[in-house]
Design a binder for this molecule. Structure first.
Ligand code: GTP
Ligand code: MG
Length: 344
């Protein structure tokens, strides 16, 4: 058996923000996909999960992230819908997160679901950074594909830079109205006290190296204590969606946020009427950098550890519900675990 005691858990990064501000496009750029383009009306309607390995992060971030400086396995990104009707999904995504990225369209500024997302982050006490997105739409912009923000800034005219700066200071002002001391991220010393604002473009990729560097630094420095949990313990997760899969019947897309789950283990899942007690028939893992929400090909694995997105096939899952807890029973009394699930 694997002894993973002391292993750092993959941090869970929720991406929140107003509709159309570019959350899915940002993740598409990082994982090299086009999920946003496939969405009806370009509206995200479910929570997604994507495990981005450390080597992808360091490739995207270039010189800003040296993989040797980190012992995190990577980042698990949770995509959330920004449309006003999906408040429950945003809360669920926010509650799962260790840290969050609040995406704000730099021209559109703060909007109702930006404020709603901030309320969720305040309530859950989740540390966050702000991605000031769509900087490429600044009039007169001279795009620098995939470059860090400093190089991009240096390539802009004085007018373009001024226009961007005005929009950025407006966002910093809005954050201050919400009670946060915020600044451009390169001026922030302590990211637990001040909110760092990272100007970027999900379209051209400029500024994304900076975002990844800040996320990795934040996770590693301030969250190490929490990550060093026993990832070999009995798994805990949340159901994202219940889906029919050919050959498996009803399956669960789950974010596993703690511990390990293995094939053949007994699990308890929250159901429409009462908790479901069942046995894991198959664990289907999306490929690295794949969005579990849209993935078609899964690798069958015999166990997985937090944090990750995993599809669980098991009998009797028809009544399982999105948002419900999933618990591995392992050495515990099954009634105790049922009570735990009911209490959630
Ligand atoms: P919801 O999930 O529905 O809340 O939207 P979202 O925040 O995921 O927005 P999405 O990524 O679907 O992007 C909305 C639109 O903005 C799409 O047409 C994107 O192509 C466009 N967009 C996103 N980021 C950028 C950017 O950096 N620059 C430009 N020019 N367009 C962008
Ligand atoms: Mg989206």
């Amino acid at each position: 058996t694997h002894d993973q005691t002391g292993t750092l858990r993959t941090p869970i990064v929720a991406v929140l923000g107003h509709v159309d501000h570019g959350k899915t496009t940002l993740l598409d750029k990082i994982r090299g996909s086009a999920v946003s383009e496939g969405e009806a009306g370009a509206i995200t309607q479910h929570i997604g999960a994507t495990a981005v390995p450390l080597d992808t992060v360091s490739q995207m971030a270039g010189s800003l992230v040296d993989p040797d400086d980190f012992d995190l396995p990577g980042l698990l990104f949770i995509d959330t819908p920004g449309h006003h009707s999906f408040t429950t999904l945003r809360s669920r995504g926010g509650a799962l997160a260790d840290i969050a990225v609040l995406v704000v369209d730099v021209n559109d500024g703060f909007q109702p679901q930006t404020l709603e997302a901030i309320d969720i982050l305040k309530r859950t006490g989740t540390p966050f950074i702000v991605a000031a997105n769509k900087i490429d739409t600044t009039p007169g912009w001279n795009p620098q594909e995939g470059e860090p923000i400093q190089q991009t800034y240096e390539a802009q005219s004085k007018q373009a830079r001024q226009r961007l700066d005005e929009n950025l200071y407006e966002i910093i002002g809005n954050l201050s109205d919400e009670g946060f001391s915020a600044d451009l991220y390169w001026r922030v010393q302590n990211f637990t006290k001040n909110i760092g604002v990272v100007p970027l473009s999900a379209m051209t990729g400029e500024g994304i190296p900076d975002l990844l560097a800040v996320l990795m630094g934040l996770s590693q420095r301030y969250m190490k204590a929490e990550m060093e949990i026993d990832v070999a313990g009995p798994g805990k997760g949340t159901v994202l969606e219940v889906k029919e899969e050919r050959g498996f019947g009803a399956t669960l897309d789950v974010v596993l946020y703690d511990g390990t789950v293995r094939e053949d283990e007994t699990i308890v899942v929250g159901g429409a009427n009462s908790p479901i007690v069942t046995e894991v028939r198959a664990l289907l893992q999306p490929r690295p950098n794949a969005e579990i929400r849209t993935e078609k090909r899964f690798d069958r694995v015999d166990q997985v550890s937090a944090a990750t997105g995993i599809k669980i096939a098991a009998p009797d899952l028809e009544d399982a519900m999105a948002g419900a807890p999933v618990r591995v029973v392992r050495d515990r009394d099954v009634d105790e675990v049922i009570e735990e699930v009911q209490a959630e």
